[in-house]
Design a protein around this ligand. Structure first.
Ligand code: GDG
Length: 484
């Protein structure tokens, strides 16, 4: 029976090795893992990726135990050592591709050592995939860490069908052309039979680079490449809508003893500070998420509309991320300083304008925050999709709440009932915050219902299903051409 092989940098597992050498592998609960569940489990499929334990920490005994634990979850590990992680992951993936694809040219480091390691690690992945793949199998490769993998697999095994999905933006040709390895990257991606992006814009940018850099013929959304036709399409990723909706419904039924400390504090706020509007933001602390702009815009709002002092609060959850990379350390410093500045300038004895959390929170607390906030303020300067916006929508079971969303996110292309803003325009953000907190309930409801309709229909399972179907069609078309 043909199988589906999923490949991503990390396996969808939390692998832990405790001090006495006991190994556990728990499934991760992230959106991608959920969306792929049906593809992974139902199709007798396997998932290939790094386990999260580097070679230096693997004795023979521990490695055997790790492999046994992950095989139970239908997963297979690619081994990575510290040098790979420094150069392929923290280096080329996160200091070259991530900034470049998010339009941060000034942060993009072109380093030969990073590139060589990226090629080597993609080869390591290819070896494992090729060992597992059999004729007729379907392979779905994910994201920017593995851009060279499709061609490496296709070359050795032309009779498997390969899909590739990019979770981050594909930049415009004018940005992409600056990249020394631009040709190699495109050729690597073109090993796939189907290439998927979150939005039509990213798809268009990719096709334009293919045309201009590789001089290939592009016909609508199909590329002629040697004797192959490669299809390119957009598949906007969704969320596990029911999971968020049901968690919010459950949340409403909580008794006093079941409530989290955060929820108790939020309730206290409702009692003692009735009328104070709660504005929420949640993101990894990443320079693409527009966190400093958001704080500056909030500061500008407090200056421009002083009537909101003591009447509004920004709750900002910033999740630690890639703290080994210098730009992330600088961003942390800048964020701390800006929060300090705003709180220092505007706080009163009974009111702090920004509640700032720099940590990861459990899922239950995320639900506390989503369900208790009047407005979600999401201001990335560049974001492939942004799932937080969709999660906020799913938890608003009373059909209230307002989403203020950057037009630089992939999500904004689908969510036109949100209040869309340009994250660089502080005046516009300030005015939109005012519009959001003053929005009449009927308008909130009208907008929220439309947003919920969209997000509930296009769930993460649907997204995965449509990608796989599209890949099957490409395969079918190919078979028809060969038979004809
Ligand atoms: C990349 C692209 C694209 C956040 N804090 C906590 C927590 N989260 C969860 C959220 C959400 C996820 O993390 C973040 O997803 P995003 O889509 O917002 O952003 P990235 O991490 O940058 O993801 C992005 C995505 O890939 C998918 O293709 O949308 O554009 O950059 O699910 O809920 N979860 C928990 N605690 C936290 O503190 N439990």
């Amino acid at each position: 029976m043909n199988k589906t092989i999923i490949v991503s940098n990390r396996l969808p597992l939390q692998v832990q090795v405790n001090e006495s050498g006991k190994v556990t592998a728990k499934p991760s609960v992230g959106g991608l893992a959920t969306g792929m569940k049906s593809v992974h489990r139902d199709s007798n499929g396997i998932w290939i990726g790094w386990s999260g334990v580097k070679d230096e920490d693997l004795t023979l005994e521990i490695e055997t135990k790790v492999n046994q634990a992950i095989e139970k979850e239908q997963c297979i590990a690619v081994k990575l050592n510290e040098n790979d992680l420094d150069n392929y992951y923290y280096g080329f993936s996160n200091r070259t591709l991530w900034p470049l694809f998010h339009y941060f040219l000034e942060y993009t480091e072109f380093d030969k050592g990073y590139w060589e390691s990226y090629v080597e690690v993609n080869k390591k992945f290819a070896e494992v995939v090729i060992a597992q793949a059999e004729e007729g199998d379907t392979i779905w490769i994910h994201d920017y860490q593995l851009l060279l993998l499709p061609a490496m697999v296709k070359e050795k095994n032309p009779n498997v069908s390969i899909g590739f999905f990019l979770h981050i933006p594909f930049p415009s040709y004018e940005i992409f052309r600056t990249f020394p390895a631009r040709k190699e990257i495109l050729e690597g991606m073109l090993g796939a039979d189907l290439l998927g992006f979150h939005t039509y814009d990213y798809e268009r940018h990719f096709l334009s680079s293919v045309k201009r850099i590789l001089s290939l013929e592009v016909n609508f959304n199909e590329i002629s490449y040697g004797n192959r036709i490669i299809k390119v399409d957009s598949f906007p990723m969704g969320i596990d809508y029911d999971k968020f909706k049901n968690a919010a419904l459950q949340h409403q039924k909580q008794t006093e003893v079941e409530k989290s400390e955060i929820q108790k504090r939020l309730d206290q706020h409702l009692k003692e500070e009735a009328g104070v509007k709660m504005i929420l933001s949640i993101d990894r602390l990443d320079y693409t998420k527009g966190i400093p702009n958001r704080i500056r815009a909030f500061e500008f709002f407090l200056k421009k509309y002083p009537q909101f002092k003591e009447k509004i609060r920004l709750i900002m959850l910033a999740v630690p991320s890639r703290s080994e990379v210098p730009q992330y350390q600088l961003l942390k410093k800048e964020t701390d300083e800006l929060v300090g500045r705003v709180n220092g300038e505007f706080s009163t004895v009974s009111w702090t304008p920004i509640w700032y959390f720099y940590r990861t929170m459990p899922f239950e607390n995320l639900i506390d925050l989503y369900t208790s906030s009047d407005v979600a303020l999401i201001t990335p300067v560049r974001d492939g999709m942004n799932l937080v916006a969709k999660e906020y929508i799913a938890t608003r079971t009373k059909e209230d709440g307002v989403l203020v969303l950057s037009e630089m996110t992939g999500a904004s292309k689908e969510l036109d009932d949100a209040l869309l803003i340009n994250p660089y325009n502080f005046g516009e953000i300030a005015n939109t915050i005012k519009q959001a907190v003053e929005m009449p309930k009927e308008e909130q409801k009208r907008r929220m219902k439309a947003l919920q309709k969209r997000v509930s229909r296009y769930s993460v399972e649907k997204w995965a299903g449509e990608f796989i179907n599209s890949l099957k069609n490409v395969k079918q078309n190919l078979a028809d051409v060969i038979d004809a």
